[in-house]
Design a protein around this ligand. Sequence first.
Ligand code: NDP
Length: 451
Amino acid sequence: MTIAEQEIKRFENHNCAEDGVFYQAMEEVIYSIAPLLESDKKYTKYAIMKRLVVPDRIIKFKVTWLDDNNNIQVNTGYRVQFNNALGPYKGGLRFHPTVNEGVLKFLGFEQILKNSLTGLPIGGAKGGSDFDPKGKSDFEVMKFCSAFMTELHKYIGPRMDVPAGDIGVGGREIAYLFGVYKKITSTYEGVLTGKPFFFGGSLMRPEATGYGAVYFTESMLEIEQKEPLDGKICVVSGAGNVATHAIEKLLQIGAIPVTCSDSSGTIYDSRGIDVELLKDIKLNKRQSLTEYAKRHPEAKYIPVSEYPENGHAVWDIPCYAAFPCATQNELTELDAQNLIQNGCVSVTEGANMPSTPQAIALLQSHNVCFAPAKAANAGGVVVSEFEMSQNASMSRWSFEKVDEKLKDTMQKICKRVALTAKDYGVEGNYVDGANIAGFKKVADAMIAEGI
Ligand code: NDP
Protein backbone atom coordinates (compact mmCIF):
# COMPACT_ATOMS: atom_id res chain seq x y z
CA MET A 1 0.00 0.00 0.00
CA THR A 2 1.43 3.44 -0.92
CA ILE A 3 1.74 6.20 1.70
CA ALA A 4 -1.16 8.06 0.03
CA GLU A 5 -3.39 4.98 0.23
CA GLN A 6 -2.51 4.50 3.91
CA GLU A 7 -3.41 8.15 4.63
CA ILE A 8 -6.75 7.82 2.79
CA LYS A 9 -7.57 4.65 4.70
CA ARG A 10 -6.89 6.28 8.04
CA PHE A 11 -9.06 9.23 7.11
CA GLU A 12 -11.98 7.00 6.06
CA ASN A 13 -12.38 6.01 9.71
CA HIS A 14 -13.09 9.64 10.62
CA ASN A 15 -15.60 10.12 7.82
CA CYS A 16 -19.15 11.10 8.82
CA ALA A 17 -22.32 11.74 6.79
CA GLU A 18 -21.80 15.50 6.43
CA ASP A 19 -18.16 15.10 5.43
CA GLY A 20 -18.68 14.39 1.69
CA VAL A 21 -17.11 17.59 0.37
CA PHE A 22 -14.43 17.53 3.07
CA TYR A 23 -13.48 14.00 2.03
CA GLN A 24 -13.38 15.11 -1.62
CA ALA A 25 -10.97 17.95 -0.78
CA MET A 26 -8.86 15.70 1.45
CA GLU A 27 -8.53 12.95 -1.12
CA GLU A 28 -7.38 15.39 -3.78
CA VAL A 29 -4.70 16.77 -1.49
CA ILE A 30 -3.41 13.37 -0.36
CA TYR A 31 -3.02 12.04 -3.90
CA SER A 32 -1.45 15.34 -5.00
CA ILE A 33 1.19 15.38 -2.31
CA ALA A 34 2.07 11.69 -2.73
CA PRO A 35 5.40 12.50 -4.49
CA LEU A 36 6.42 14.68 -1.53
CA LEU A 37 5.38 12.06 1.05
CA GLU A 38 7.31 9.38 -0.83
CA SER A 39 10.45 11.47 -1.29
CA ASP A 40 10.66 12.85 2.26
CA LYS A 41 9.63 10.44 4.98
CA LYS A 42 9.72 13.08 7.73
CA TYR A 43 6.12 14.07 6.94
CA THR A 44 4.98 10.53 7.74
CA LYS A 45 7.30 10.24 10.75
CA TYR A 46 5.72 13.38 12.26
CA ALA A 47 2.19 12.20 11.29
CA ILE A 48 1.49 15.49 9.53
CA MET A 49 -1.51 14.38 7.46
CA LYS A 50 -3.04 12.61 10.46
CA ARG A 51 -2.76 15.85 12.43
CA LEU A 52 -3.68 18.22 9.60
CA VAL A 53 -7.05 16.64 8.79
CA VAL A 54 -8.36 17.21 12.33
CA PRO A 55 -9.29 20.82 13.12
CA ASP A 56 -7.71 22.35 16.25
CA ARG A 57 -11.28 22.95 17.42
CA ILE A 58 -14.84 23.21 16.12
CA ILE A 59 -17.02 25.74 17.91
CA LYS A 60 -20.76 25.17 17.45
CA PHE A 61 -23.40 27.39 19.01
CA LYS A 62 -27.06 28.29 19.04
CA VAL A 63 -28.10 31.62 17.51
CA THR A 64 -31.51 32.85 18.68
CA TRP A 65 -32.99 36.01 17.20
CA LEU A 66 -36.31 37.77 16.71
CA ASP A 67 -37.69 38.28 13.18
CA ASP A 68 -39.74 41.29 12.05
CA ASN A 69 -42.98 39.53 13.02
CA ASN A 70 -41.66 39.00 16.56
CA ASN A 71 -41.26 35.27 15.99
CA ILE A 72 -38.27 33.64 17.68
CA GLN A 73 -35.89 32.05 15.16
CA VAL A 74 -33.12 29.57 15.94
CA ASN A 75 -30.08 28.91 13.76
CA THR A 76 -26.76 27.15 14.29
CA GLY A 77 -23.45 29.04 14.22
CA TYR A 78 -19.99 27.54 13.69
CA ARG A 79 -16.32 28.42 13.67
CA VAL A 80 -13.89 25.76 12.55
CA GLN A 81 -10.41 26.81 13.74
CA PHE A 82 -8.35 24.44 11.68
CA ASN A 83 -4.66 25.21 11.89
CA ASN A 84 -2.59 28.15 13.14
CA ALA A 85 0.93 26.90 12.42
CA LEU A 86 1.66 29.90 10.18
CA GLY A 87 -0.32 32.66 11.89
CA PRO A 88 -3.70 33.55 13.44
CA TYR A 89 -6.70 31.57 12.16
CA LYS A 90 -8.07 33.31 9.08
CA GLY A 91 -11.01 32.52 6.80
CA GLY A 92 -14.48 33.70 5.89
CA LEU A 93 -17.95 33.34 7.34
CA ARG A 94 -20.68 31.86 5.13
CA PHE A 95 -24.39 32.45 5.76
CA HIS A 96 -26.35 29.98 3.63
CA PRO A 97 -28.96 27.27 4.34
CA THR A 98 -26.54 24.57 3.09
CA VAL A 99 -23.94 25.39 5.76
CA ASN A 100 -23.07 22.49 8.06
CA GLU A 101 -19.98 21.19 9.82
CA GLY A 102 -18.81 19.17 6.81
CA VAL A 103 -18.98 22.13 4.39
CA LEU A 104 -17.07 24.33 6.84
CA LYS A 105 -14.45 21.64 7.44
CA PHE A 106 -13.91 21.40 3.68
CA LEU A 107 -13.61 25.18 3.34
CA GLY A 108 -11.38 25.48 6.43
CA PHE A 109 -9.06 22.73 5.24
CA GLU A 110 -8.69 24.35 1.81
CA GLN A 111 -8.07 27.66 3.53
CA ILE A 112 -5.00 26.30 5.39
CA LEU A 113 -3.22 25.50 2.14
CA LYS A 114 -4.49 28.62 0.35
CA ASN A 115 -3.23 30.89 3.11
CA SER A 116 0.07 29.06 3.15
CA LEU A 117 0.47 29.63 -0.60
CA THR A 118 0.13 33.39 -0.20
CA GLY A 119 3.42 33.45 1.73
CA LEU A 120 1.71 35.61 4.39
CA PRO A 121 1.56 34.84 8.14
CA ILE A 122 -2.00 33.47 8.36
CA GLY A 123 -3.48 30.16 9.48
CA GLY A 124 -6.69 28.48 8.25
CA ALA A 125 -10.29 28.64 9.51
CA LYS A 126 -13.87 28.96 8.29
CA GLY A 127 -17.21 29.63 9.92
CA GLY A 128 -20.78 30.63 9.35
CA SER A 129 -24.36 29.64 9.85
CA ASP A 130 -27.33 27.98 8.16
CA PHE A 131 -29.04 31.40 8.35
CA ASP A 132 -30.25 32.59 4.92
CA PRO A 133 -29.95 36.38 4.48
CA LYS A 134 -31.98 36.14 1.24
CA GLY A 135 -35.36 37.79 1.63
CA LYS A 136 -34.58 39.11 5.13
CA SER A 137 -34.92 42.78 5.98
CA ASP A 138 -31.86 44.83 6.98
CA PHE A 139 -33.13 44.77 10.56
CA GLU A 140 -33.43 40.99 10.55
CA VAL A 141 -29.90 40.63 9.19
CA MET A 142 -28.71 43.07 11.87
CA LYS A 143 -30.46 41.16 14.65
CA PHE A 144 -29.08 37.86 13.43
CA CYS A 145 -25.53 39.27 13.18
CA SER A 146 -25.88 40.65 16.70
CA ALA A 147 -26.92 37.26 18.12
CA PHE A 148 -24.22 35.45 16.12
CA MET A 149 -21.41 37.75 17.31
CA THR A 150 -22.62 37.67 20.92
CA GLU A 151 -21.40 34.09 20.95
CA LEU A 152 -18.55 34.23 18.40
CA HIS A 153 -16.68 37.14 20.03
CA LYS A 154 -15.40 34.83 22.78
CA TYR A 155 -13.30 32.90 20.31
CA ILE A 156 -11.83 35.55 17.98
CA GLY A 157 -9.31 38.40 18.18
CA PRO A 158 -6.78 40.18 15.95
CA ARG A 159 -3.99 37.81 17.00
CA MET A 160 -6.20 34.78 17.51
CA ASP A 161 -8.75 34.43 14.73
CA VAL A 162 -9.79 37.03 12.13
CA PRO A 163 -12.97 36.11 10.17
CA ALA A 164 -13.99 37.71 6.85
CA GLY A 165 -16.88 37.43 4.36
CA ASP A 166 -17.93 34.61 2.05
CA ILE A 167 -21.25 33.60 0.44
CA GLY A 168 -24.04 35.62 2.08
CA VAL A 169 -21.61 37.74 4.09
CA GLY A 170 -20.62 41.00 2.42
CA GLY A 171 -19.84 44.52 3.61
CA ARG A 172 -23.27 44.94 5.26
CA GLU A 173 -22.96 41.82 7.40
CA ILE A 174 -19.29 42.46 8.30
CA ALA A 175 -20.22 45.98 9.41
CA TYR A 176 -23.03 44.70 11.68
CA LEU A 177 -20.75 41.99 13.11
CA PHE A 178 -17.99 44.54 13.72
CA GLY A 179 -20.41 46.92 15.44
CA VAL A 180 -21.50 44.23 17.89
CA TYR A 181 -17.94 43.03 18.59
CA LYS A 182 -16.92 46.63 19.35
CA LYS A 183 -19.87 47.10 21.68
CA ILE A 184 -19.32 43.87 23.62
CA THR A 185 -15.54 44.16 23.98
CA SER A 186 -15.17 47.96 24.12
CA THR A 187 -12.26 47.65 21.69
CA TYR A 188 -11.72 49.02 18.22
CA GLU A 189 -9.42 46.47 16.64
CA GLY A 190 -8.93 44.63 13.37
CA VAL A 191 -10.88 41.54 14.34
CA LEU A 192 -12.73 41.21 11.03
CA THR A 193 -11.64 41.94 7.48
CA GLY A 194 -13.82 43.10 4.62
CA LYS A 195 -14.96 46.13 6.63
CA PRO A 196 -16.23 49.12 4.68
CA PHE A 197 -13.33 51.47 3.89
CA PHE A 198 -14.52 54.42 5.96
CA PHE A 199 -14.09 52.51 9.22
CA GLY A 200 -11.03 50.36 8.86
CA GLY A 201 -11.47 48.37 5.67
CA SER A 202 -8.86 48.14 2.95
CA LEU A 203 -9.38 49.64 -0.45
CA MET A 204 -9.83 46.91 -3.04
CA ARG A 205 -10.97 44.18 -0.63
CA PRO A 206 -14.30 43.78 -2.50
CA GLU A 207 -12.49 43.55 -5.83
CA ALA A 208 -9.60 41.38 -4.62
CA THR A 209 -10.78 37.81 -5.24
CA GLY A 210 -12.17 38.45 -8.74
CA TYR A 211 -9.26 40.67 -9.83
CA GLY A 212 -6.79 38.20 -8.31
CA ALA A 213 -8.29 35.29 -10.28
CA VAL A 214 -7.78 37.21 -13.52
CA TYR A 215 -4.19 38.18 -12.57
CA PHE A 216 -3.48 34.51 -11.83
CA THR A 217 -4.92 33.46 -15.20
CA GLU A 218 -2.85 36.02 -17.11
CA SER A 219 0.27 34.73 -15.39
CA MET A 220 -0.62 31.07 -16.00
CA LEU A 221 -1.33 31.67 -19.70
CA GLU A 222 2.02 33.42 -20.06
CA ILE A 223 3.91 30.57 -18.35
CA GLU A 224 2.07 28.01 -20.50
CA GLN A 225 2.79 30.09 -23.63
CA LYS A 226 -0.86 30.53 -24.54
CA GLU A 227 -2.37 33.66 -26.05
CA PRO A 228 -3.37 36.36 -23.52
CA LEU A 229 -6.98 37.14 -22.62
CA ASP A 230 -7.15 40.42 -24.55
CA GLY A 231 -9.96 40.20 -27.13
CA LYS A 232 -10.97 36.70 -26.04
CA ILE A 233 -14.46 35.46 -25.15
CA CYS A 234 -14.70 34.42 -21.47
CA VAL A 235 -17.53 32.80 -19.55
CA VAL A 236 -18.11 33.48 -15.85
CA SER A 237 -20.59 31.80 -13.51
CA GLY A 238 -22.04 33.46 -10.41
CA ALA A 239 -23.17 37.04 -9.96
CA GLY A 240 -21.86 37.80 -6.50
CA ASN A 241 -18.75 39.46 -5.21
CA VAL A 242 -16.22 37.20 -6.94
CA ALA A 243 -17.99 36.88 -10.30
CA THR A 244 -18.77 40.58 -10.62
CA HIS A 245 -15.21 41.67 -10.00
CA ALA A 246 -13.74 38.96 -12.24
CA ILE A 247 -16.01 40.32 -14.98
CA GLU A 248 -14.93 43.90 -14.21
CA LYS A 249 -11.21 43.05 -14.45
CA LEU A 250 -11.74 41.01 -17.65
CA LEU A 251 -13.41 44.02 -19.25
CA GLN A 252 -10.59 46.31 -18.08
CA ILE A 253 -7.95 44.14 -19.80
CA GLY A 254 -9.91 43.96 -23.06
CA ALA A 255 -11.43 40.47 -22.71
CA ILE A 256 -15.13 39.87 -23.45
CA PRO A 257 -16.94 38.20 -20.54
CA VAL A 258 -20.31 37.17 -21.99
CA THR A 259 -22.06 35.37 -19.12
CA CYS A 260 -22.96 35.52 -15.46
CA SER A 261 -25.43 33.39 -13.48
CA ASP A 262 -27.30 33.21 -10.21
CA SER A 263 -29.32 30.49 -8.53
CA SER A 264 -32.26 31.18 -10.84
CA GLY A 265 -30.60 31.38 -14.25
CA THR A 266 -27.89 32.51 -16.67
CA ILE A 267 -27.40 35.70 -18.66
CA TYR A 268 -25.70 35.45 -22.04
CA ASP A 269 -24.85 38.89 -23.39
CA SER A 270 -22.69 38.46 -26.50
CA ARG A 271 -21.56 42.13 -26.46
CA GLY A 272 -20.01 41.66 -23.05
CA ILE A 273 -21.69 41.92 -19.62
CA ASP A 274 -22.76 45.40 -18.53
CA VAL A 275 -20.88 45.25 -15.24
CA GLU A 276 -22.26 48.48 -13.76
CA LEU A 277 -25.80 47.20 -14.23
CA LEU A 278 -24.82 43.81 -12.82
CA LYS A 279 -23.34 45.43 -9.70
CA ASP A 280 -26.44 47.54 -9.21
CA ILE A 281 -28.80 44.56 -9.54
CA LYS A 282 -26.89 41.96 -7.54
CA LEU A 283 -24.58 43.79 -5.12
CA ASN A 284 -26.67 46.89 -4.36
CA LYS A 285 -30.30 45.82 -4.80
CA ARG A 286 -29.93 42.02 -4.27
CA GLN A 287 -32.36 41.31 -7.14
CA SER A 288 -32.57 38.40 -9.55
CA LEU A 289 -30.76 38.37 -12.93
CA THR A 290 -34.14 38.56 -14.63
CA GLU A 291 -33.77 42.30 -13.98
CA TYR A 292 -30.68 42.33 -16.23
CA ALA A 293 -32.72 40.81 -19.07
CA LYS A 294 -35.44 43.42 -18.58
CA ARG A 295 -32.90 46.24 -18.93
CA HIS A 296 -31.04 44.58 -21.82
CA PRO A 297 -33.69 42.71 -23.86
CA GLU A 298 -31.03 41.78 -26.46
CA ALA A 299 -29.27 39.64 -23.84
CA LYS A 300 -30.52 36.08 -23.45
CA TYR A 301 -31.84 34.88 -20.08
CA ILE A 302 -31.79 31.11 -19.62
CA PRO A 303 -33.65 29.96 -16.48
CA VAL A 304 -32.24 27.08 -14.42
CA SER A 305 -35.40 25.09 -15.20
CA GLU A 306 -34.13 24.73 -18.79
CA TYR A 307 -30.99 23.00 -17.47
CA PRO A 308 -32.35 20.74 -14.74
CA GLU A 309 -29.36 18.39 -14.72
CA ASN A 310 -26.40 20.66 -14.34
CA GLY A 311 -27.90 23.85 -13.03
CA HIS A 312 -27.04 26.47 -15.59
CA ALA A 313 -26.06 27.08 -19.15
CA VAL A 314 -22.77 28.91 -18.73
CA TRP A 315 -20.51 26.02 -19.75
CA ASP A 316 -22.32 25.41 -23.07
CA ILE A 317 -21.23 28.76 -24.46
CA PRO A 318 -18.06 28.67 -26.59
CA CYS A 319 -15.19 30.51 -24.91
CA TYR A 320 -11.41 30.84 -24.66
CA ALA A 321 -11.35 30.97 -20.85
CA ALA A 322 -13.85 29.92 -18.17
CA PHE A 323 -14.20 31.26 -14.63
CA PRO A 324 -16.51 29.27 -12.30
CA CYS A 325 -17.20 31.81 -9.53
CA ALA A 326 -20.49 30.66 -7.90
CA THR A 327 -20.26 27.64 -5.62
CA GLN A 328 -18.78 24.16 -5.04
CA ASN A 329 -19.21 21.33 -7.57
CA GLU A 330 -21.00 23.54 -10.11
CA LEU A 331 -18.81 22.45 -13.04
CA THR A 332 -19.35 18.78 -13.80
CA GLU A 333 -17.72 16.28 -16.16
CA LEU A 334 -20.44 17.00 -18.72
CA ASP A 335 -19.73 20.73 -18.47
CA ALA A 336 -15.99 20.02 -18.89
CA GLN A 337 -16.77 18.00 -22.01
CA ASN A 338 -18.72 20.94 -23.47
CA LEU A 339 -15.91 23.37 -22.67
CA ILE A 340 -13.31 21.11 -24.33
CA GLN A 341 -15.48 20.57 -27.42
CA ASN A 342 -15.89 24.32 -27.77
CA GLY A 343 -12.12 24.95 -27.66
CA CYS A 344 -11.73 26.32 -24.14
CA VAL A 345 -8.04 26.82 -23.28
CA SER A 346 -8.15 27.64 -19.58
CA VAL A 347 -10.39 27.19 -16.52
CA THR A 348 -9.82 29.31 -13.41
CA GLU A 349 -11.63 28.51 -10.17
CA GLY A 350 -12.88 31.76 -8.63
CA ALA A 351 -15.22 29.89 -6.27
CA ASN A 352 -14.03 27.27 -3.79
CA MET A 353 -13.86 23.79 -5.37
CA PRO A 354 -16.41 24.58 -8.13
CA SER A 355 -15.18 21.73 -10.35
CA THR A 356 -15.82 18.08 -9.60
CA PRO A 357 -12.77 15.75 -9.52
CA GLN A 358 -14.03 14.11 -12.75
CA ALA A 359 -14.25 17.50 -14.47
CA ILE A 360 -10.71 18.42 -13.39
CA ALA A 361 -9.29 15.10 -14.58
CA LEU A 362 -10.97 15.50 -17.97
CA LEU A 363 -9.82 19.11 -18.43
CA GLN A 364 -6.24 18.24 -17.50
CA SER A 365 -6.17 15.21 -19.77
CA HIS A 366 -7.12 17.52 -22.65
CA ASN A 367 -4.34 19.99 -21.76
CA VAL A 368 -6.72 22.71 -20.65
CA CYS A 369 -4.76 24.99 -18.26
CA PHE A 370 -6.49 24.50 -14.92
CA ALA A 371 -6.05 26.99 -12.06
CA PRO A 372 -7.31 25.50 -8.77
CA ALA A 373 -9.20 27.62 -6.26
CA LYS A 374 -6.67 27.48 -3.47
CA ALA A 375 -4.19 29.31 -5.69
CA ALA A 376 -6.38 31.27 -8.10
CA ASN A 377 -8.87 32.77 -5.62
CA ALA A 378 -6.31 33.61 -2.93
CA GLY A 379 -6.57 37.32 -3.83
CA GLY A 380 -9.34 37.84 -1.26
CA VAL A 381 -7.36 36.55 1.66
CA VAL A 382 -4.24 38.35 0.42
CA VAL A 383 -5.97 41.73 0.63
CA SER A 384 -7.58 40.66 3.93
CA GLU A 385 -4.06 40.24 5.29
CA PHE A 386 -3.21 43.68 3.88
CA GLU A 387 -6.22 44.98 5.82
CA MET A 388 -4.86 43.35 9.01
CA SER A 389 -1.48 45.03 8.39
CA GLN A 390 -3.10 48.43 7.83
CA ASN A 391 -5.25 48.05 10.97
CA ALA A 392 -2.26 47.01 13.08
CA SER A 393 -0.17 49.97 11.93
CA MET A 394 -3.14 52.41 11.90
CA SER A 395 -2.34 53.26 8.26
CA ARG A 396 -4.17 53.44 4.94
CA TRP A 397 -2.81 52.26 1.61
CA SER A 398 -3.90 53.73 -1.73
CA PHE A 399 -5.94 51.70 -4.24
CA GLU A 400 -2.91 51.65 -6.55
CA LYS A 401 -0.61 50.32 -3.84
CA VAL A 402 -3.01 47.51 -2.87
CA ASP A 403 -3.62 46.61 -6.52
CA GLU A 404 0.09 46.51 -7.30
CA LYS A 405 0.84 44.34 -4.26
CA LEU A 406 -2.10 42.04 -5.08
CA LYS A 407 -0.95 41.59 -8.68
CA ASP A 408 2.61 40.93 -7.56
CA THR A 409 1.46 38.36 -4.97
CA MET A 410 -0.81 36.53 -7.44
CA GLN A 411 2.04 36.35 -9.98
CA LYS A 412 4.37 34.99 -7.30
CA ILE A 413 1.82 32.35 -6.23
CA CYS A 414 1.38 31.30 -9.86
CA LYS A 415 5.12 31.01 -10.49
CA ARG A 416 5.66 29.10 -7.24
CA VAL A 417 2.87 26.65 -8.08
CA ALA A 418 4.23 26.11 -11.62
CA LEU A 419 7.80 25.64 -10.35
CA THR A 420 6.77 23.22 -7.60
CA ALA A 421 4.84 21.13 -10.13
CA LYS A 422 7.95 21.00 -12.32
CA ASP A 423 10.22 20.11 -9.37
CA TYR A 424 7.99 17.15 -8.45
CA GLY A 425 7.69 15.79 -11.99
CA VAL A 426 4.16 16.97 -12.77
CA GLU A 427 4.91 20.02 -14.94
CA GLY A 428 1.78 21.96 -15.95
CA ASN A 429 -0.32 20.41 -13.16
CA TYR A 430 -1.32 23.44 -11.08
CA VAL A 431 -3.49 21.32 -8.76
CA ASP A 432 -0.54 19.20 -7.62
CA GLY A 433 1.82 22.20 -7.59
CA ALA A 434 -0.55 24.19 -5.33
CA ASN A 435 -1.18 21.27 -2.98
CA ILE A 436 2.49 20.38 -2.58
CA ALA A 437 3.70 23.98 -2.14
CA GLY A 438 0.86 24.84 0.29
CA PHE A 439 1.24 21.65 2.31
CA LYS A 440 5.04 21.76 2.57
CA LYS A 441 5.15 25.16 4.26
CA VAL A 442 2.49 24.32 6.87
CA ALA A 443 3.99 20.88 7.46
CA ASP A 444 7.50 22.28 7.99
CA ALA A 445 6.10 24.80 10.50
CA MET A 446 4.21 22.04 12.34
CA ILE A 447 7.37 19.96 12.57
CA ALA A 448 9.40 22.93 13.80
CA GLU A 449 6.76 23.85 16.41
CA GLY A 450 6.56 20.32 17.84
CA ILE A 451 3.45 18.49 18.90
P1 NDP B 1 -21.84 35.79 -3.12
O1 NDP B 1 -22.81 35.38 -2.11
O2 NDP B 1 -21.49 37.23 -3.26
O3 NDP B 1 -22.27 35.25 -4.56
C1 NDP B 1 -22.52 33.91 -4.87
C2 NDP B 1 -23.21 33.92 -6.21
O4 NDP B 1 -23.30 32.60 -6.70
C3 NDP B 1 -24.63 34.47 -6.13
O5 NDP B 1 -24.88 35.26 -7.25
C4 NDP B 1 -25.50 33.20 -6.14
O6 NDP B 1 -26.79 33.38 -6.70
C5 NDP B 1 -24.66 32.36 -7.08
N1 NDP B 1 -24.96 30.95 -6.88
C6 NDP B 1 -25.00 30.25 -5.74
N2 NDP B 1 -25.30 28.99 -5.99
C7 NDP B 1 -25.45 28.89 -7.32
C8 NDP B 1 -25.75 27.83 -8.20
N3 NDP B 1 -25.93 26.60 -7.75
N4 NDP B 1 -25.82 28.12 -9.52
C9 NDP B 1 -25.60 29.36 -9.98
N5 NDP B 1 -25.32 30.40 -9.20
C10 NDP B 1 -25.23 30.15 -7.90
O7 NDP B 1 -20.51 34.93 -2.83
P2 NDP B 1 -19.03 35.22 -3.28
O8 NDP B 1 -19.00 35.78 -4.64
O9 NDP B 1 -18.35 35.93 -2.19
O10 NDP B 1 -18.43 33.73 -3.28
C11 NDP B 1 -18.55 32.87 -4.41
C12 NDP B 1 -17.55 31.73 -4.25
O11 NDP B 1 -16.22 32.25 -4.12
C13 NDP B 1 -17.76 30.84 -3.03
O12 NDP B 1 -17.36 29.54 -3.35
C14 NDP B 1 -16.78 31.42 -2.01
O13 NDP B 1 -16.41 30.49 -1.03
C15 NDP B 1 -15.61 31.77 -2.93
N6 NDP B 1 -14.68 32.76 -2.41
C16 NDP B 1 -15.11 34.01 -2.07
C17 NDP B 1 -14.20 34.94 -1.62
C18 NDP B 1 -14.58 36.35 -1.37
O14 NDP B 1 -13.66 37.18 -1.21
N7 NDP B 1 -15.85 36.71 -1.34
C19 NDP B 1 -12.79 34.58 -1.41
C20 NDP B 1 -12.43 33.27 -1.90
C21 NDP B 1 -13.36 32.40 -2.33
P3 NDP B 1 -27.96 34.17 -5.92
O15 NDP B 1 -27.61 35.62 -6.11
O16 NDP B 1 -29.20 33.76 -6.61
O17 NDP B 1 -27.87 33.74 -4.49
